[in-house]
Ligand binder design. Structure first.
Ligand code: FAD
Length: 348
């Protein structure tokens, strides 16, 4: 187990904000996890489990311990009803794992190519992109309860997956640490190409498209659209796309006929937050070093020397502008972390 004290976290998150934590532990195997569980009893303090730090915004110094899960490994563990079961350790980098599956010729996860972060974090917000949510491919999730030290397993049905959410987001579930995820990869499912960007990319060629082709297309489209966090710190989308009732969607459509609207299976309508932010004229707007990205309005980025307070001020400004113009409350997507732990935008 590696241990760092009074550590600067800027290189441990993709936003690159310079904040400090009292302690950072890097856990590489089961024995490290057991050592950590002992240590937290001996020296209790606020704690945050971290994967790749690509969906976390530290607003200020963190008065506690950051626990970075860095366990590695993946393997085929079985077959079930025409699908492969593949298990990956929680600390495994997500994109490398997806690439490995695709290299084996195993489809199922390729629409989620090139998303930063770790395997253990994908169930937390039910990562989604290009027409797929990861919960659709999860068989079960394995973990340990850091308070009791007991191992647990939850089936996908028990995980409460929804749009960018799951039971793991609930405060009362925060003792659950995800140590591995088992994916169910269908053997004979055609590639999922209904997302507009992929339809445009492949045209009528769906019959001959392999998982590797889809992986390459998604990675290429993403690279063109999204700022690379290694160049300009960001956490991807800063806000969720709001889900509203059909009545609200109709009222908005009457006022803004070109507002993108996507009806959902549960009857609600998903609106495009990026479009609304852009229409408020906020592209390129700054608060200190934090900036609404000039091409992707849904992304707030570190334009240089941004602090957590800058991101907080910018997020509030964006939210207020959208609420005023469209009457819709945007919800922040990444996890906001203050001195003592996770916070909401309202309480931050
Ligand atoms: C450029 C860019 C593009 C992105 N695109 C997308 C996208 O298309 N779709 C999408 O859904 N997301 C996207 N994201 C957001 C992010 O990459 C994902 O949410 C990712 O799954 C976060 O993984 P992480 O390991 O970095 O998690 P972290 O940021 O380290 O943690 C996120 C949350 O999960 C918790 N957590 C992490 N690991 C564990 C664990 N093992 N057990 C329990 N809790 C844990 C943390 O405590 C925290 O609350 C993007 C981010 C960036 C920077």
């Amino acid at each position: 187990m590696q241990r760092f004290v009074e550590v600067d976290l800027s290189s441990w998150t993709t936003l690159g904000v310079p904040v400090r934590a009292q302690e950072l532990l890097v856990l590489e195997d089961e024995a490290d996890i057991a050592r950590w569980l002992e240590r937290r009893k001996a020296a209790p303090m606020p704690e945050l489990v971290l994967g790749g730090g690509s969906n976390v915004v530290f607003l200020e110094d963190f008065a506690g311990r950051v626990v970075r899960l860095a366990t590695r490994g993946y393997e085929l563990v079985g077959e079930e009803g025409g699908a492969r079961l593949v298990r990956a350790a929680g600390g495994e980098p997500w994109d490398g794992f997806v690439r490995w599956c695709v290299t084996q010729g195993w489809g199922g996860l390729e629409n989620l190519a090139a998303i930063p972060g770790s395997v253990g974090a994908v169930p937390v917000q039910n990562v989604g992109a290009y027409g797929l949510e990861v919960g659709e491919r999860i068989a079960w999730v394995e973990g340990v309860d850091r308070d009791t030290g007991l191992a647990w397993t939850l089936s996908a049905d028990e995980c409460g997956f929804g749009y960018r959410t799951s039971r793991f987001k609930a405060a009362e579930e925060s003792s659950r640490v995800i140590t591995a995820v088992v994916f169910r990869l269908p053997r004979d499912e055609p590639p999922r190409l209904d997302y507009p960007d992929l339809q445009r990319w492949f045209g009528g060629r769906a019959q001959r498209v392999s998982p590797a082709d889809v992986y390459a297309a998604v990675a290429e489209i993403r690279a063109r659209k999204l700022p690379d966090p290694r160049v300009q710190g960001n956490v991807g989308s800063f806000f969720k796309n709001p889900l509203v009732s059909p009545a609200v969607a109709e009222r908005l459509a009457a006022l803004h006929p070109d507002l993108p609207r996507h009806p959902q299976p549960d009857g609600r309508v998903k609106l495009a937050a990026g479009w609304m932010i852009e229409r408020c004229g906020l592209k390129g707007v700054r608060e200190g070093g934090a900036m609404v990205h000039e091409r992707q309005a849904l992304v707030l980025c570190n334009a240089g020397g941004a602090t957590g307070a800058d991101f907080l001020a910018l997020a509030r400004r964006v939210r207020e502008a959208v609420a005023e113009r469209f009457g819709v409350e945007l919800e922040v997507e990444p996890v906001l972390v203050g001195r003592e732990g996770v916070r909401s935008l309202e309480r931050a």
